[in-house]
Design a protein around this ligand. Structure first.
Ligand SMILES: O=C(O)CCC(=O)C(=O)O
Length: 347
């Protein structure tokens, strides 16, 4: 817990909101120019080569290089009838890893992990200067539902592109991290409206237990019966009230790893919702995904400043080495989470 005198970005009221509600939105953390540079990198390093490959295979009529990233990704996905969640992701999937599994590991992306205002917020919450980036993290580009529905038979379902069901982040990692106080930092890279797939939280749900998560086609999820039993639409009882969180680009949503949350569908005609979900913890605590530990790194340290990773090349090399070694193994799902596929209550 932070000493109030040492807070850098958050106010005592912010800290109070985080601890009592289990979440906090902080506005204007990352400026639009920095976001634009990141989107440009995604355009140049991921979307352009992807479009070139698709053009070569006859799946696109043009590279569409003259249209902006936000529109180009929709055009490329719709015309090639497929979405490309892993191409933009900076973490490995939980199954089917090969030496060719795409990973986006750009310089601008790497700089975002150590963005000083983001790390200040984390430091204010954790009350420490010893902070590491947790390797459970994603880039998500939520396409309008009208595109994902059309391409569903080629793309299947991915939480990077489609809505994410109700869950607690502790529920998607291993029990070794149950006392690690991992903080989720969800960064909006586009303006997120109620209809473009905003985040939804259940305030105060972090005071409840870790609920059973079931394996569903949408990913690990707390079942509807449990969600209904703890929430209500009207503020009329002791039950909890779900909250939707539209956010401007550059704002962050901070959550505890017990806060129940989900994301809504993107029902807009032609807007994408772009976000990064990052996780941070006190250095030395368990990550909850030991298989990926070599890709976690120190983002701030007062005690040992030379331990901070500042080289994107080193970070890239760690992910690529990890991909190489995991490609050799046939990973079971119990390396990633604690839930039995056939658990009672999940039928
Ligand atoms: O971005 C989303 O749609 C969901 C993110 C999420 O659930 C998470 O970061 O844990």
């Amino acid at each position: 817990m932070s000493s109030l005198a040492s807070l850098r970005v958050l106010s005592p009221a912010d800290l109070n909101q985080f601890h009592s509600e289990g979440y906090l939105v902080v506005e204007n953390v990352v400026d639009r120019a920095t976001i634009q540079e990141l989107l440009q990198e995604m355009n140049d390093e991921v979307l352009t080569p992807l479009a070139q490959q698709l053009l070569n295979k006859g799946k696109l009529h043009s590279l569409y290089s003259d249209i902006k990233f936000e529109d180009r990704i929709q055009r490329v996905s719709a015309e090639s009838s497929c979405s490309y969640p892993q191409a933009f992701d900076f973490s490995l999937p939980q199954s089917g890893i090969t030496r060719q599994t795409p990973l986006y590991l750009g310089d601008k992306l790497f700089q975002m992990f150590s963005h000083s205002k983001i790390v200040d917020c984390i430091s204010d919450i954790l009350g420490t200067e010893e902070i590491s980036s947790n390797p459970v993290q994603h880039m998500r580009i939520k396409l309008p539902a009208k595109i994902t529905e059309e391409i569903a038979k080629n793309s299947g379902f991915s939480g990077m592109v489609n809505p994410v069901p109700w869950h607690q982040d502790s529920g998607v990692i291993l029990p070794e991290s149950d006392n690690s106080h991992i903080i989720t930092c969800w960064l909006a890279l586009s303006d997120v409206t109620l209809d473009s797939g905003c985040m939804q939280v259940i305030p105060k749900s972090h005071n409840q237990q870790l609920f059973q998560h079931c394996h569903t086609k949408e990913g690990l999820a707390i079942n509807d019966k449990t969600i209904h039993s703890i929430t209500t639409k009207a503020e009329e009882s002791e039950k909890l009230v779900m909250k939707q969180l539209p956010m401007t680009a550059g704002s962050i949503l901070l959550m505890t790893c017990r806060t129940i949350h989900s994301s809504a569908e993107n029902t807009t005609a032609n807007k994408i919702r772009v976000s990064m979900d990052l996780r941070y913890q006190k250095t030395g605590t368990a990550s909850g995904r030991p298989l990926f530990d070599s890709a976690g790194f120190v983002v701030r340290s007062a005690a040992n400043p030379s331990s901070v990773l500042t080289e994107a090349t080193e970070w890239r090399a760690r992910w690529l080495k990890l991909r190489e070694s995991l490609a050799e193994q046939n990973l079971a799902s119990n390396h990633f989470n604690r839930w039995d596929i056939n658990a009672p209550g999940c039928a």
